[in-house]
Design a protein around this ligand. Structure first.
Ligand code: C2G
Length: 154
């Protein structure tokens, strides 16, 4: 039984996450995912849209994932690897080199990230859509006000 372990926030679950988890599941027989708790997210400087419970439920529901555990701090990886008999610790390559110190107890691999998608991008695009929609509505409102003024003057 070849066991794979990864960690992440997995907020606003998207194809970048799915493609990584799919590739990780193909590396072994069991994929364990450490999902960052809301408290740990704050330590990472992140505020996720979905709560830990929702993000854990979404990741657990993914066909490629066998088990979800909470990621509460930076230091738990070594202990998790030993306790879960992990063979391969893997992350997206935005983390390349960061966890090489774990190579004494398991293989450490970094897989290519999926280009052009991230939770941060999704959030900023959504924010812009609201803004541009509001701007359009405001423009039409001013047109309506002008028409009402003309009509009331006549
Ligand atoms: N990812 C990816 N492609 C993307 C976006 C993310 O392959 N377009 C990968 C990341 O490289 C990471 C995983 O998906 O391996 C989860 O990404 P995040 O939810 O952003 O997690 P992160 O903030 O990187 O947390 O202790 C490790 C941290 O908890 C990792």
């Amino acid at each position: 039984m070849r066991i794979i372990l990864t960690y992440g926030t997995f907020d606003l679950f998207h194809v970048g996450h799915i493609r990584l988890l799919k590739r990780l599941s193909e590396l072994g027989d069991k994929l364990i995912v450490g999902v960052s708790t809301d408290e740990f997210n704050l330590k990472k400087g992140k505020k996720s849209f979905f709560s830990y419970a929702e993000r854990a439920e979404i990741v657990q529901s993914c066909r490629y994932v066998d088990q979800v555990i909470p990621e509460r701090d930076w230091e738990q990886k070594r202990n998790d690897i030993l306790e879960c008999n992990v063979d391969v610790f893997a992350m997206g390559d935005d983390w390349v080199g960061t966890f090489d110190s774990l190579k004494d107890i398991c293989d450490v691999v970094y897989l290519e990230r999926t280009e052009n998608i991230s939770t941060t991008d999704i959030k900023s695009k959504l924010a812009k859509i609201n803004k541009s929609e509001l701007d359009k509505i405001e423009l039409h409102l001013h047109d309506l006000i002008d028409i009402v003024k003309i009509l009331s003057d006549n």
